[in-house]
Design a protein. Structure first.
Ligand SMILES: Nc1ncnc2c1ncn2[C@@H]1O[C@H](COP(=O)(O)OP(=O)(O)OP(=O)(O)O)[C@@H](O)[C@H]1O
Ligand SMILES: [Mg+2]
Length: 265
């Protein structure tokens, strides 16, 4: 019994330990892979504007251009520089949001009046809508003020990202509506557009970092593909939910559910 049982037991213990070790290492390996992918995406995104700036400066030096002749060149450098600044800003926001989520930190939150916030947003983005031949308006389905508990800067950022997407991915003479309603527990905000729409497969991918559907077109606009991942992190930091409904060539609706402050009467 001993002669047969002991080696069998040792083999079983080896198999079990190997299986458990494999299981334990899997999440570490996965997060290592994600980190590697993220670093390589960041490096790639930084390389493009940096190379463009270098090539532009090289051409000025090579052609011995004076400052007077270099106005166009300076504009290109300025544009690429803006892109770099925005990318670094977005990366900083994302890492801060991540560290809040992972370490359970508390972000500073106050009582926010959503009607005021949406009014400000529509006012600020009306110029961009006009430039894109898009009609931007709000539709509020309540007579009372609606309050949530949150970080005002982040909620403003969330709605700005969604509304800019809705304006920039629209068609000529399209519509963008910021819709607000409540039920007993939640505030429901919808950003509705009549734009180009997103197919089912892409709907699952657009919240990934650096994901752009039409890479060339969206990069031209200066987009880095971080906007919707910032939106998702902000929603999670506010214990909310986000959903998207869309049909190609008909339009998209991004729906945000956030816990509402229930006023005691
Ligand atoms: N309302 C929309 N209608 C159609 N496509 C959209 C809409 N919103 C987002 N998308 C698609 O999803 C992609 C990801 O959006 P996201 O906001 O993350 O990045 P971006 O707008 O390209 O760049 P950024 O927001 O970082 O400047 C966009 O490139 C665009 O192709
Ligand atoms: Mg965007």
């Amino acid at each position: 019994m001993l002669l047969l049982g002991l080696p069998l037991l040792i083999i079983l213990v080896i198999i079990a330990s190997w299986y458990l070790a494999e299981k334990a290492i899997q999440p570490v390996y996965k997060s290592y892979q994600e980190m590697q992918q993220f670093s390589s995406d960041v490096a790639h995104e930084l390389r493009t504007p940096l190379s463009a700036i270098k090539a532009t400066i090289d051409s000025v030096i090579l052609n011995n251009l004076t400052l007077q002749d270099s106005q166009e060149t300076l504009k290109i450098i300025h544009r690429q520089n803006e892109r770099l600044i925005n990318l670094v800003k977005d990366l900083l926001i994302l890492t801060r949001l991540d560290s809040v989520l992972e370490n359970n930190y508390q972000i500073s939150k106050t009582k926010i009046n959503l009607l005021d916030l949406i009014n400000d947003l529509v006012e600020e983005l009306s110029c961009l809508a006009l430039e894109n031949n898009v009609n931007l308006r709000q539709e509020i389905k309540t007579n009372n003020d609606i309050f949530i508990f949150g970080n005002e800067e982040q909620i403003y950022r969330l709605l700005t990202n969604l509304t800019i997407n809705a304006i920039e991915n629209n068609q000529k003479n399209g519509q963008v509506i910021i819709f607000l309603e409540t039920d007993k527990q939640e505030v429901i905000i919808k950003v509705i557009d009549t734009g180009i729409g997103i197919n089912n497969t892409e709907q699952k991918l657009i919240f990934n970092r650096f994901y752009r559907i039409n890479k060339a077109r969206n990069r031209d606009k200066g987009g880095s593909g971080l906007g919707l991942s910032i939106v998702r992190s902000i929603v999670l930091n506010h214990h909310g939910k986000i959903a998207v409904e869309s049909r190609e060539n008909e339009g998209s609706t991004f729906i945000i559910y956030l816990p509402k402050i229930i006023e005691k009467s």
